[in-house]
Design a protein around this ligand. Structure first.
Ligand SMILES: [Zn+2]
Length: 310
């Protein structure tokens, strides 16, 4: 696994006015830092506000960056995020993979967006909690502007519903994958006419809760009215005073992993109330299948097995 930090070094403190000379001096200081860090050109992007840097966390350059932030807190990044990049063998060794769709091309249900649906009116696609607005149950097929899908095989709606092209829906059924069902998705001007132009992937198999610890969460929210709980995987960390963001790992017990299906949804909902949604975890079979069929618009993150007592 590679851990790459993304951070912007600024040329002036937030909300302050500096003279052109002072800004120029800061620019020279940052350029000197970049030179000392030995960064390649592709790791540095000069922007009007400062310099965007990409730094390998396991490189000496990263220690220099932390030192520099301590030395010049006035120019410090306001947000440091670390992204993890996995090798093919790490992904192939995982007992299950978190499936992350990278397209969010489809707007939500047309009537939820444009009519009275979002307020929970009679046309709404979901029954919602009257107190927190969380979606409790889908009560009809989604109706979207199907043209927004273009030639994609896979997309999320803005509410994280998974939308499939008819050919991908057909492939998944033909491969006899377990843990899911398909629901028609209609173009909003022609509901229930002929063959559906798209399908919704409804993951039906829900895993037991994650093993926690070692899985860590933060920002847990709960609605007493409907019992919905949402959370985030822990992603806030500190080096001394310096705060950074990095998602942490998901763990399951061996018993849970043995009983997983090809498609699985987590018991936990992630995000904020009322928009929490489960993660979708796929088997190695589905992972290979998607690669072999050259389906685009997704990435995966491994989950890990934990033994009792660890
Ligand atoms: Zn509620």
């Amino acid at each position: 696994m590679k851990r790459i930090a993304y951070a912007t070094i600024f040329l002036k403190p937030e909300g302050q006015t500096l003279s052109p000379l002072e800004i120029e001096q800061n620019r020279e200081w940052v350029k000197h830092l970049i030179q000392r860090m030995g960064l390649e050109q592709k790791q540095v992007h000069e922007a009007p506000m400062g310099f965007d840097l990409e730094v390998d966390v396991n490189s000496p350059a990263f220690s220099l960056l932390l030192e520099a932030i301590r030395a010049r807190p006035d120019l410090a990044p306001r947000y440091i995020s670390i992204w993890r990049y996995y090798t093919p063998s790490e992904l192939e060794a995982a007992p299950l993979l978190i499936w992350r769709l990278t397209n969010q091309a489809i707007e939500d249900d047309y009537y939820d967006l444009h009519k009275d649906g979002y307020q929970g009116g009679p046309q709404a696609s979901h029954r919602r909690c009257p107190a927190c607005r969380a979606e409790l149950e889908q009560v009809r097929d989604l109706m979207v502007n199907a043209r927004k899908m273009g030639k994609r095989d896979l997309s999320l709606t803005y509410s994280f519903e998974i939308i499939l092209s008819p050919r991908l829906a057909h492939w998944l059924q033909e491969a006899k994958f377990t843990g899911f069902t398909l629901r028609p998705v209609w173009h909003y001007t022609r509901p229930h006419e002929g063959e559906p132009p798209l399908y919704q992937l409804v993951v039906t198999h829900t895993l037991p809760p994650m093993a926690s610890p070692p899985t860590q969460f933060e920002e847990v929210k709960h609605c007493a009215e409907c019992g919905t709980t949402t959370r985030y995987l822990k992603h806030t960390h500190y080096w001394g005073e310096i705060r950074y963001y990095e998602e942490t790992d998901v763990y399951y017990t061996p018993e849970v992993l043995e009983n997983a299906q090809d498609f699985n949804r987590t018991a936990e909902l992630f995000g904020d109330l009322p928009n929490g949604h489960p993660l979708v975890l796929i088997s190695q079979r589905v992972y290979r299948f998607l690669r072999e069929h050259k389906v685009k618009g997704w990435e995966v993150v491994p989950v890990y097995e934990v033994r009792k007592g660890e």
